[in-house]
Design a protein around this ligand. Structure first.
Ligand code: OSB
Ligand code: MG
Length: 369
């Protein structure tokens, strides 16, 4: 397939309710959407970078720059046939996993559309619906948190993740646990602690949590290993795992017992598949993380989570948990058994609502041969 055109969109999507993590509060989710054109087909991709460099050093601004100046020029006019053809293009750009992943996603969608195969089929997924949970941001008080969690449970979510930060950790988790003794509950610190300051988290070990996500710094596999030695509860890495190599080293080092896989963070679906395969062979559970995606990225996450090693519920909630209006015509709903049904149309299996896309677009750029 000869790539003839790439279109970049910089979006700002208003969130249904603000989302607060240890690195800050957002009222909007900014991201990039990509279109990759080849013949009569258009593939869509989503770049997970956000406006601010809080979760990752990448931002919508850096991803725009890397895509416009380096990645798009390297693929426009090229004949590409399979997503792994991107490896040689990606090797020439150090880092910038989210920029790479957005482009690669659009190409998976394009190939799926040309072959009439769903992304799930292309990746050899094994289920029609995937178990999901909800990620709840920091609230103004533990009482408010319990109220918000109760509402999601009422909606049917059977696994809840709460965000924690220093000063809002053990108390918040205990409040939720006291109210919901049997809930599948986990916490996510987004790198807010050090090996020393994380000692305050010790009481979490008595709450029967599924896992503690990314307590320490992104570039700190070793201290995660030392912390894991002190905890019964499995530590799960998110930010730290930016490649297959990091995943292998984290497992060899016993820095974690569970891996959160986000295609964006690891440079694309091909890398996500490789990390899945590594963990699956070693019996290490993985689950699909989320980045408040639009319907485009959500469809990709759902397909990824159909692989056999995804044995824990993903951070893939219903579209309405994030947006009143999504940029896809399809919206995802929660089934009564806390699952979401995976699209089965060609590629990602979603179509764009151009009116909504136009309304939330801050900037659009067409790149051609
Ligand atoms: O750390 O998992 C995270 C959202 C943005 C950036 C990082 C994270 C998150 C979430 C939300 O936890 C998951 C979702 O519902 O998409
Ligand atoms: Mg996380």
């Amino acid at each position: 397939m000869k790539i003839t055109k790439i279109v970049l969109y910089n979006l700002s999507m208003p969130l249904v309710s603000h989302f607060e993590t240890s690195f800050g509060r957002s009222y909007n989710r900014d991201c990039l959407i990509l279109e990759v054109h080849a013949g009569r087909f258009i593939g869509f991709g989503e770049c997970a970078a956000d406006r601010d460099p809080g979760y990752s050093y990448e931002t919508t601004g850096t991803a725009w720059h890397i895509l416009r100046e380096f990645l798009a020029p390297a693929v426009i006019g090229q004949e590409l046939s399979k997503p792994t053809d991107f490896l040689s293009v990606f090797e020439k750009v150090r880092g910038h996993q989210m920029a790479k992943a957005g482009l690669e996603m659009a190409f998976w969608d394009l190939v799926g559309k040309a072959q009439g195969r769903s992304l799930k089929q292309m990746m050899a997924g094994v289920r029609e619906r995937v178990e999901v949970g909800v990620s709840v941001g920091l609230q103004d008080s533990p009482q408010e948190l319990v109220r918000v969690v109760a509402e999601y449970i009422r909606q049917g979510y059977r696994r809840v993740k709460i965000k924690i930060k220093p000063g809002r950790d053990v108390g918040d988790a205990q409040a939720v646990r006291a109210e919901f003794p049997d809930l599948r509950l986990q916490v996510d610190a987004n790198s807010a602690y050090t090996l020393d300051s994380a000692s305050v988290l010790k009481p979490l070990d008595d709450l029967g949590l599924l896992l503690i996500e990314q307590p320490l710094a992104e570039d700190d596999l070793w201290d995660h290993r030392r912390l894991q030695e002190q905890f019964q509860t499995p530590i799960c890495l998110d930010e730290s795992i930016v490649s297959l190599r990091h995943a292998r080293q984290a497992l060899e080092m016993r820095a974690c017992k569970i891996v959160n896989i986000k295609a964006g963070r690891v440079g694309g679906l091909s890398q996500a598949l490789a990390i899945h395969d590594l963990c699956y062979k070693q019996g290490v559970p993985v689950w699909c993380g989320g980045m408040l995606e639009t319907g485009v990225g959500r469809a990709s996450n759902l397909a990824l989570a159909t692989l056999p090693g995804f044995s824990l519920p993903g951070d893939i909630s219903a579209s309405a948990r994030y947006y009143t209006e999504d940029i896809t015509n399809e919206s995802f709903v929660l089934n009564p058994d806390s699952t979401i049904t995976v699209p089965d149309g060609p590629g990602l299996g979603v179509t764009l609502n151009r009116q909504v896309l136009e309304r939330v677009t801050l900037e659009r750029l067409e790149l051609e041969v």
